[in-house]
Design a protein around this ligand. Structure first.
Ligand code: CO
Length: 216
């Protein structure tokens, strides 16, 4: 059995696109693949939303090899998520990235779903973490009447909390403890304008960390 024509065309076009990508890349740099194949030392780890409209490299005008990427629904940093922890550990301890950036985006479907009272199935268990962020900031959020504005604020607060979650991991704590230079940052991307807003919660050490989370 095959799909109807539209789907086959789409599928084929991906492989056609790959041929075009190779041609274009080699045109601008004949050594393009050879140099990339030698290895990677990206200075940045990106933790972003899986949303198809927020690709790390395109929106920061960077090339393959420059950003190590982890994406999930609503750019969450959950301290029991083995996938996220493995990526973070590898990025910090092997690749020695200088910056970890959590990037959320306005109009995030995960956040919109989390703010609602509807059930969506399995994903409700993942979105629960966003509801926890809501609970932490319920006073601020409940005071915002306009639904879109309230959602956008939750997107921002979710990024801030996930930056904080990152700082609390044993991986970031140990890096700071041993004097490794590592900045942790929070950004929000606008789908409507393409603009990235820095949430200005960058952390480079334990200075603003609540005592209970500090490892000594
Ligand atoms: Co999203």
């Amino acid at each position: 059995m095959t799909f109807n024509n539209d789907h086959s065309d789409l599928y084929d076009s991906l492989l056609e696109g790959n041929k075009q990508f190779i041609e274009d890349s080699l045109k601008s740099d004949p050594e393009y693949f050879e140099s990339l194949a030698k290895g990677q030392s990206p200075p940045v780890l990106w933790i972003g939303c899986a949303d198809s409209r927020v690709p790390a490299n395109q929106i920061t005008n960077t090339a393959p090899g420059q950003i190590f990427v982890h994406r999930n629904i609503a750019n969450m940093v959950i301290h029991s998520d083995m996938n996220m922890l493995s990526v973070l550990d590898y990025a910090v301890n092997v690749l020695k990235v200088k910056h970890v950036i959590v990037t959320g985006h306005y109009g995030c479907g995960g956040v919109i779903a989390a703010i609602s009272n509807k059930q969506f199935g399995l994903i409700d268990n993942w979105l629960r973490h966003i509801k926890d962020v809501y609970r932490l900031h319920a006073k601020t959020l409940d005071a915002i009447e306009d639904e879109e504005t309230r959602c956008d604020r939750l997107v921002e607060l979710n990024v801030v909390e996930n930056v904080y979650n990152l700082c609390k991991t044993s991986i970031v704590q140990n890096a700071w403890q041993t004097g490794q230079q590592l900045g942790v940052h929070g950004w929000v991307y606008s789908l409507k304008t393409g603009i990235i807003t820095d949430m200005k919660v960058s952390a480079y050490d334990n200075a603003n960390m609540e005592n209970v989370f500090k490892f000594k």
